[in-house]
Design a protein around this ligand. Structure first.
Ligand SMILES: NC(=O)c1ccc[n+]([C@@H]2O[C@H](COP(=O)([O-])OP(=O)(O)OC[C@H]3O[C@@H](n4cnc5c(N)ncnc54)[C@H](OP(=O)(O)O)[C@@H]3O)[C@@H](O)[C@H]2O)c1
Length: 279
């Protein structure tokens, strides 16, 4: 599966990119990572690290020298990136998109990822689009309240989703980057089961062996809280996506297993591997 040319991993300090770096090193793939904070991050010795912002075309050009494949994270304002890839001879972009594109109702999260997918397609560089459901790692936002008070306070307590382990998204990305047959494929990625936030709190309780109470935050209160850290169109999109899931919950896909040959991790497995954060 090893690929001779260098792969640029963007978002390498994030949930998915970090896993991609680990897994790429495991298969002996030469990689370069790009970060805005090179002074604050450490990678294994043989990882080449370049400083740069995806919205800065000059830094992007520098980062793409000698690169044939790219793992791309969505960054607002980086519209020129696919065209610069084309000019620099990049052959394949694996883009971390979102399943919000596939929701029944048009929403800002889906729209912004669809926009980047279109730009990549128009650049005539080959692509693979990964469209994951919510990340299991989103539940780390509950960790402090679980540690300190034994509670999860969250909205949409009864809304079903199919959260996915970032390791599984990374495993699909590594296959798409390091083996053939993934060009122009759209992979809708989910975990192996359907759960609600309330179910997730119960699973965490089971793994920790201590009481974790779920407290449902009413809609309007949740909206006001979210507006403190996210723009209105994103908050509206999260409410739209929840309403769509409530009306018509989507079943899990088997794409992770089909692409990687390994079953997707369950939420319980993810909590077991990350339980230190909740203790
Ligand atoms: N969370 C979910 O439930 C979910 C569901 C579906 C899709 N997604 C997609 O996944 C993305 C988040 O992925 P993640 O959790 O792996 O990442 P993350 O942990 O949120 O980290 C963000 C990464 O993006 C990099 N970054 C941000 N702005 C940048 C810029 N201007 N130039 C270069 N790099 C930049 C950061 O790198 P540095 O700080 O090192 O520069 C960091 O590595 C979302 O934005 C969305 O597109 C998320």
């Amino acid at each position: 599966m090893q690929n001779e040319s260098k792969v640029l991993v963007t978002g390498a300090t994030g949930n998915v990119g970090r896993e991609i770096v680990k897994q790429m090193l495991g298969v002996g793939q030469a990689i370069r990572v790009m970060s805005r904070n090179v002074d604050k991050v450490t990678f294994a010795n043989h990882v080449e690290v370049v400083g740069g912002d995806l919205t800065n075309a000059i830094q992007v050009k520098e980062a793409l020298k000698g690169v044939r494949k790219v793992f791309l994270i969505h960054v607002p304002g980086a519209d020129s990136f696919p065209q610069v890839c084309r000019e620099m001879g990049v052959e394949h972009i694996v883009f971390l998109s979102s399943s919000a594109i596939e929701s029944a109702t048009e929403n800002a999260i889906g729209r912004m990822h669809a926009h980047t997918e279109s730009l990549i397609d128009e650049s005539h560089v080959d692509w693979t689009f990964l469209r994951p459901d919510a990340f299991m790692s989103n539940s780390l936002q509950w960790a402090k309240a679980i540690r300190e008070e034994g509670v999860v306070r969250a909205a949409f307590g009864h809304v079903k989703s199919t959260p996915i382990d970032p390791r599984d998204i990374a495993a699909v990305a590594v296959k798409a980057l390091c083996s053939v047959g993934h060009a122009r494929k759209i992979y809708t990625l989910t975990g192996p089961e359907t759960v609600t936030p309330k179910d997730q709190a119960q699973i965490i309780q089971g793994v920790l062996g201590k009481k974790v109470e779920f407290i449902d935050i009413p809609g309007e209160m949740a909206r006001q809280q979210m507006l403190q850290y996210a723009p209105k169109e994103i908050v509206d999109a999260l409410f739209t996506l929840s309403a769509d899931s409530l009306a018509d919950p989507k079943p899990p896909t088997k794409t992770v297993e089909d692409v990687t040959g390994m079953p997707a991790h369950t939420f319980e497995q993810w909590v077991m591997d990350n339980r230190a954060a909740f203790r």
